[in-house]
Design a protein around this ligand. Structure first.
Ligand code: M6R
Length: 608
């Protein structure tokens, strides 16, 4: 949520900053700005409402050769999107960009107002800039002033600051909002996300909570909040440039839908022994004895990550009989009086590894002594670092705000954990072979589905693109798929969509059906097939415009049938889900929405 970039080196900073911001735009895109500083400490500040392209137009009229600067792309929390609320904020001698939330900003603003500060905008970040400026004369250096300010602040931050007091440094700090520093040859990069650094250098330092850094052309000097020196740990960046490019696709969303087979192969690689079929998950940090003793599993996530957890929970309960597994919405769980019985393990699901509510649940579960396992994509992210063990999903960068390949691999990773659990508890060899063989075939099954349904989906959306409402309906393991399908549609097309359990329809939602609705019904060729057909017939009797997504090879009573040729059993829902993704994508294209960066959203939600 919001993107930070910074550069200090020997090249003009403006183009490096704006291209970095473009790569981070998926994190927030309602306004953007950059500040650069020259050798005589003169600062050029350019800000614009809207996307980074607007900022680029503004920068074109204020080009400088400055080699030091900071930049930001914003997703509004405090204050409407406007130039005065956008970052960098300039107060006195200080220029500041901030991700996160300063909770006590109102009290701090009162004190600073008494000291004569006035505020141009309504943001908590501007108050922090004023606080640092107020402390600068007392402390002497920007580093000391930032340290002093951070001791007075309650909240979360990823920060980058410039001051006209010293044009040869950028000060950065982190608490609860990620920051990475890239080390080049006589140049140093700052970013909230590896995407802005990849291609420049692969040597990086991940700031930890409570750390403050002074970036110069020669690298970074790291300190704790009391300005005691720390030794920076230099790591190798694990993102490649190709993964953040569109590779000929019109949109990242379509590219990422098509990347699913490969992403899934990466998730599965090395995790199923081809000889014995045993699942081997190296990073759990649990012995077989500990796995055997687990009786309760809580899967926690937000949005699509929650639906992935729910789907996996439905799958896992089919092959475990002495484990209670439940999926929980992180933003709810964190404030509930929930119980953690003995022998509980938690799976913390997050693509970005930065989602604030999910992180809060992780911390609460750890406080209660629960062993927490991360199901995370972004290597080195906060959740990945704080968990007690983990299964990286390894799907590569997911740039589209709407999550697709991450979902498929999250379901796979959580379900593999379930198999590992069942295996430790004595799952029969026959079942082990059955489930792991399905996993081995899943990438091809998704490949085949993409190849066979895409053209039909592209045609079908034309019939439904003017509808205002949609119901997505599924039973059992297709219920979470209905929820996820509805989320995808509303997120990228702005069509109102609801996911329901098929059996719940007649308890209320069926009253909604009229000609402004279409209905997407998932129907698998399994023991629940006839029950799902009944729900379909009931909807038809009320005038439904039903689209059935199915692998049933016989005539079905529906306006449109999309056949997914799969023989998968346990994992067929993941194959069906590809249809929901393509449907949402082509519908968005047909309706002309901003596919990769839908309105009001941001890729990673690092505030509550
Ligand atoms: O990075 P995370 O997986 O923790 O993100 C969780 C949700 O914010 C995310 O899945 C969101 O719901 C997606 N935009 C859905 O497509």
């Amino acid at each position: 949520m919001c993107g930070i970039v910074g550069y200090i080196g020997h090249r003009p900073a403006q183009p490096i900053l704006t291209s970095g911001l473009k790569r981070l735009e998926y994190r927030g895109y309602d306004s953007a700005g950059i500040a650069t500083i020259d050798d005589d400490a003169r600062v050029t500040l350019v800000r614009a409402v809207g996307k980074v392209a607007e900022l680029e137009h503004a920068v074109a009229t204020r080009v400088t050769a400055d080699t030091v600067g900071i930049g930001h792309t914003r997703w509004a929390t405090h204050g409407v999107p406007s130039e005065r609320n956008s970052h960098p904020h300039h107060v006195g001698r200080v220029y500041l960009i901030h991700n996160g939330i300063i909770e006590n900003y109102a009290e701090l603003a009162d004190v600073l107002t008494e000291r004569g500060y006035t505020f141009a905008g309504e943001t908590d970040s501007e108050v922090l800039a004023a606080l640092v400026d107020a402390l600068l004369p007392l402390h002497g250096t920007l580093l000391e002033a930032v340290s002093g300010a951070l001791k007075m602040v309650v909240g979360t931050y990823g920060l980058a600051l410039l001051s006209d007091e010293n044009p040869d440094e950028i000060v950065v700090a982190r608490r609860g909002s990620p920051l990475i520093v890239g080390l080049g040859e006589q140049e140093t990069f700052v970013a909230s996300d590896a995407a802005a650094i990849v291609g420049h250098t692969d040597r990086v330092v991940y700031l930890q909570d409570g750390e403050i850094g002074v970036c110069t052309r020669g690298g970074i000097a790291l300190y704790d909040v009391d300005v005691q020196p720390l030794e920076p740990a230099v790591e190798k960046l694990q993102v490649d440039l190709a993964s953040i490019q569109k590779k000929g696709y019109d949109h990242f969303l379509l590219k990422e839908i098509h990347e699913q087979p490969e992403a899934l192969r990466a998730t599965l690689r090395g995790r199923i022994d081809p000889e014995t079929n045993r699942v081997q998950l190296g990073g759990l940090n649990l012995t077989d004895d500990q796995l055997r003793s687990i009786r309760n599993v809580i899967v926690v996530g937000c949005g699509t990550a929650y639906y992935a957890g729910l789907e996996a929970a439905y799958l896992i309960e089919q092959f475990t009989d002495d484990v209670t597994i439940r999926a929980e919405v992180a933003s709810e769980l964190r404030y509930r009086s929930f119980h953690t019985p003995k022998n509980t393990v938690a799976l913390i699901v997050s693509q970005s590894g930065e989602t604030a509510d999910t992180l809060a649940c992780l911390q609460e579960l750890q406080r209660r002594g629960v062993h927490c396992i991360g199901i995370v994509n972004v290597v080195g992210s906060t959740i990945a670092r704080e968990v007690d063990g983990g299964i990286y999903t390894h799907v590569g960068a997911e740039i589209s705000v709407a999550s697709t390949k991450a979902f498929t691999s999250q379901v796979a990773a959580v379900t593999l954990f379930g198999i590992a659990l069942a295996q430790a508890k004595g799952m029969s060899r026959q079942d082990l072979v059955r489930y792991t063989d399905e996993f081995a075939l899943l990438p091809e099954a998704i490949e085949a589905a993409l190849a066979s349904v895409e053209e039909q989906v592209r045609d079908v959306v034309r019939t439904y693109s003017d509808y205002s409402h949609a119901l997505y309906v599924g039973r059992d393991t297709l219920y979470p798929i209905a929820l996820e399908g509805a989320l995808k549609l509303k997120e990228v097309t702005y069509v109102h969509a609801e996911g329901y359990a098929a059996g719940e329809l007649k308890h209320g939602p069926i009253a909604l059906i009229d000609d402004s609705f279409f209905e997407v019904c998932y129907l698998q060729d399994n023991w629940l097939r006839e029950k799902s057909v009944s729900a379909l017939v009931e909807m038809n009797a009320r005038g439904a415009h039903a689209i059935v997504v199915t692998n049933v090879d016989r005539e079905l009573p529906a306006e449109t049938v999309i056949r997914v040729p799969t023989t998968a059993d346990l994992l067929a829902p993941l194959v069906f889900n590809v249809v929901s993704q393509l449907f949402a994508y082509y519908m968005a294209v047909e309706r002309g929405t901003d596919v990769d960066q839908p309105r009001n959203l941001a890729k990673s939600v690092t505030v509550e």
